[in-house]
Ligand binder design. Structure first.
Ligand SMILES: *Cc1c(COP(=O)(O)O)cnc(C)c1O
Length: 217
């Protein structure tokens, strides 16, 4: 199937109230343009350098989401234009985003990335850290940040029960924090597990390979 056929097929499987972030990492701008031409406006990249080279070659109305681990010394490069940073995994990073957002006279939208997977390799806040940051946020410690919600990645496994229980952990934290201030975005689900994620309450899925095909690392 062509990229455009893949895109329409995925779109048809996602309810209208669930956002689709098309994950374009490792794919060239020509392919991104094909998906953009189908009407897609929200794209996700996981590396700052790659994102910077693509931004200038693509339409200005694309909303770029950063979905990969972000080093504090790189925040300044994306602060002028980034729509949402989904991968906030430390308070230090959040403070730096807040500072750079202020310099650019912007409010930057973020998601707190919470570690729900078993794997040691996955970045993310512990649940207690996420709660602490959220309570600082409610006390206005980060005036140039808007916390839209949470992001998480489940363990890479065929065990659906495990993936489901990890998604439900994130959903329950989302509901708990929402009692203090209504959150709008629960970002969970990728090409292989997005249907399960939506069943578990996801409001935003991040899909790469099911649209663009396999990546050549
Ligand atoms: C690459 C990536 C995705 C997309 O993964 P696919 O399996 O290709 O859909 C989603 N989220 C994050 C954080 C990623 O790094």
């Amino acid at each position: 199937m062509s990229i455009q056929e893949n895109y329409h097929k995925i779109k048809s499987q996602i309810p209208a109230n669930v956002e689709l972030v098309a994950v374009s990492k490792f794919h060239p701008v020509e392919k991104i343009k094909e998906v953009y031409d189908c009407g897609q406006k929200v794209f996700g990249e996981n590396k700052v350098q790659e994102l910077l080279t693509k931004v200038n070659e693509l339409p200005a109305d694309i909303q770029w989401h950063l979905i990969g681990h972000l080093q504090t010394n790189k925040v300044k490069y994306i602060a002028p234009f980034i729509d949402t940073i989904q991968s906030v995994d430390s308070e230090k990073l959040l403070l730096e985003i807040n500072k750079e957002a202020a310099k650019n006279n912007r409010i930057i939208k973020v998601l707190l990335q919470v570690k729900i997977a078993e794997e040691e390799t996955k970045y993310g806040l512990e649940i207690a850290e996420a709660k602490e940051i959220f309570s600082n946020y409610l006390e206005n410690k980060y005036p140039n940040i808007e916390i839209l919600g949470l992001m998480g990645m489940a363990t890479f496994t065929d065990n659906k029960n495990q993936v489901k229980s990890e998604f439900l952990v994130l959903k329950s934290l989302f509901d708990e924090l929402s009692t203090f201030k209504k959150l709008e975005t629960l970002s969970m689900g990728m090409s292989d597990d997005f249907k399960l994620a939506i069943e578990c309450g996801s409001t935003s899925v991040r899909i790469g390979s099911a649209i663009f095909g396999v990546r050549n690392y």
